[in-house]
Write a protein that binds this ligand. Structure first.
Ligand SMILES: NC(=O)c1ccc[n+]([C@@H]2O[C@H](COP(=O)([O-])OP(=O)(O)OC[C@H]3O[C@@H](n4cnc5c(N)ncnc54)[C@H](O)[C@@H]3O)[C@@H](O)[C@H]2O)c1
Length: 522
């Protein structure tokens, strides 16, 4: 069987990885970029960004003459049979995906198709909402080529499912390939290519229409994001119960054959270039169609809260104030194995710390150059360390945000030696029981601790604050009720009633309004 020639338009995490893996499997691949510097780098055998294992495979395939980068799209399309659109689709302010690059690329492919005699296949690889391939890409291809889709050229949509940090592995070993097809000829062409790429591997190929394939991508990503928000919410509940460990709980939950525990890792929330963007895009897509995406909105809200929660734990451990406290952040990339800082939880955590006047120092083995541009844009004052030890030196608290292998190997002694006091907030739960016992203070996401009382106190404090905000009590009265509570015990509401600052009925009405509680025990 002759091997089709491939071009990949877009040389980011998706495009370049696919280009290198297809080239590794013996196909002639052209990677097209609009950026001359990137083209030169790739042609020298180097990846323009860090992704686990990518440098080696780019070097190998460029040297073997199977992968070549070209500037612009025309040459790439003219010299190939299948053209993948793998450009970025970032979020607009409205949450919708920005299709500017997809449109530009489709128009450029169309122009090149005008000059082409043979049948070629256009494959949309970027994440795009249902209807985009048929209603946006296809008309641009036809307009700019003067040709008819289905007859003169084929059109497919095949979403990408790789995980950054394991992108090369995932592209070599996908769990499935989804092909959305305009017509049977287009689908058969792409299927035949995929069967050659994955010859000898057991990779199911699912063929469907264009819109269903587009929706599969959103379905997978929003489902995974929902898993993360779900387990983070459960973790927050678990933290208020001393002795409980959400990771033990997940083992029990996952023992049910209906539940896959692989994506139930409680932590500091999801980030990256896909989940936040894709949840937003589906929310906006649903609203435009008159569907209120309640669950997806909550998934987003819970995720936003998680960064605030991580900072709140640190604040609690530091006695209620972060002002002037030196906080060491270990890890900045949104996950290990990548230098990508897009929507990384570290950005939110750093923003919240900065807003509370903490003195922030951070270390990451790969992401500092990206973090510098990102944090500067956010106008956060943050200093960067060259090593873990430098980062920890003199710190009042350390927050672990990315589970790099290098961090997993750290011993408690390093923290005890370098930090003012080894106060650790483990946002990824990488350190075990014996580590936890050897540092001054350890708090982990989803780990109920003896500090649960302090959390309860915070909840009560919140109730007090809310009663003040509602005009039901004064700050002085709250102060006196808290004094009373510390002398004689009892809940804050009961003390406010006992001191005559609030009637029981007023408190019950308030709780009913605020929390939907009836017959609540104040
Ligand atoms: N990153 C992931 O893990 C992942 C996984 C699955 C799907 N996706 C989807 O794949 C698509 C690409 O994602 P990515 O992470 O590779 O994005 P990326 O930002 O890393 O790469 C996008 C590429 O678009 C091209 N580009 C950027 N600006 C351009 C310009 N002005 N003109 C022309 N081309 C330009 C460049 O080649 C750039 O490298 C997106 O739709 C994304 O949602 C990403």
């Amino acid at each position: 069987m002759t091997k089709p020639k491939i071009s990949i338009l877009g040389t980011g995490y998706v495009g370049l990885v696919a280009a290198a893996v297809f080239a590794e499997r013996g196909f002639d691949v052209l990677a097209s970029s609009q950026d001359k510097e990137k083209v030169d780098l790739i042609n020298r055998g180097k990846a323009p960004f860090f992704e686990q294992d990518l440098d080696a495979i780019v070097e190998k395939t460029v040297r073997a003459g199977k992968l070549r980068a070209v500037l612009g799209r025309r040459e790439a399309v003219l010299q190939s049979d299948i053209f993948f659109i793998a450009v970025g689709t970032p979020s607009l302010m409205s949450g919708e995906a920005d299709l500017r690059l997809v449109k530009e690329t489709a128009a450029a492919i169309g122009e090149a198709l005008r000059e082409k005699d043979s049948y070629g296949l256009v494959v949309a690889r970027s994440t795009i909402v249902p209807g985009t391939t048929r209603n946006v890409i296809l008309p641009l291809l036809e307009k700019h080529s003067g040709k008819k889709a289905g007859r003169d050229f084929g059109v497919c949509m095949s979403p990408e499912f790789l995980r950054q940090g394991a992108a090369v592995h995932d592209t070599r070993n996908p769990d499935s390939v989804v092909i959305g097809e305009l017509d049977a000829r287009s689908g058969a062409f792409l299927e035949s290519f995929c069967r050659q790429v994955y010859a000898g591997q057991d990779v199911p190929i699912l063929r469907m229409n264009l819109e269903s394939a587009e929706m599969v991508k959103y379905g997978r990503n929003t489902f995974l994001a929902m898993n993360i928000s779900y387990i983070n919410e459960l973790a927050r509940i678990a933290e208020t119960i001393p002795g409980i460990d959400i990771y033990e709980v997940v083992k029990g939950i996952g023992a049910d054959w209906r539940i896959n525990p692989a994506f139930l890792n409680a932590g500091c929330g999801y980030g990256g270039s896909c989940f936040p963007k894709d949840v937003k895009a589906l929310i906006s897509f649903a609203r435009l169609r008159g569907v209120q995406p309640q669950l997806l909105e909550t998934v987003e809200e819970v995720n936003e809260q998680q960064a605030i929660h991580v900072v709140a734990i640190a604040k609690q451990e530091l006695g209620g104030s972060l002002k002037g406290k030196r906080v060491a952040l270990l890890g900045l990339a949104f996950k290990p194995g990548t230098d990508d800082m897009r929507e990384a939880p570290a950005i939110k955590v750093a923003n919240h710390l900065y807003a509370q006047e903490a003195d922030i120092v951070a270390y990451d083995p790969k992401a500092i150059p990206n973090a510098r541009t990102r944090f500067i844009r956010d106008t956060i004052r943050i200093s960067y360390a060259n090593s873990v030890e430098e980062c920890l030196t003199g710190a009042d608290c350390c927050i672990l945000l990315t589970e790099w292998e290098e961090f997993k190997k750290l011993t408690p002694e390093v923290f005890n030696r370098c930090m003012k006091r080894s106060v650790i907030v483990d946002g990824r739960r990488i350190w075990d029981d014996s580590f936890q016992k050897k540092v001054a203070s350890y708090r982990g996401i989803g780990l109920g601790s003896s500090n649960a009382y302090a959390s309860e106190h915070t909840v009560l404090f919140k109730l007090g604050d809310q009663l003040i905000q509602a005009g039901l009590i004064t700050p002085d009265q709250l102060e006196r009720a808290l004094e009373e509570q510390s002398r004689t015990g009892g809940l804050i509401g009961a003390n406010l009633i006992k001191l005559g600052f609030l009637t029981e009925q007023a408190l019950l009405d308030f709780l009913g309004r605020q929390y939907g509680l009836s017959g609540a025990n104040p």
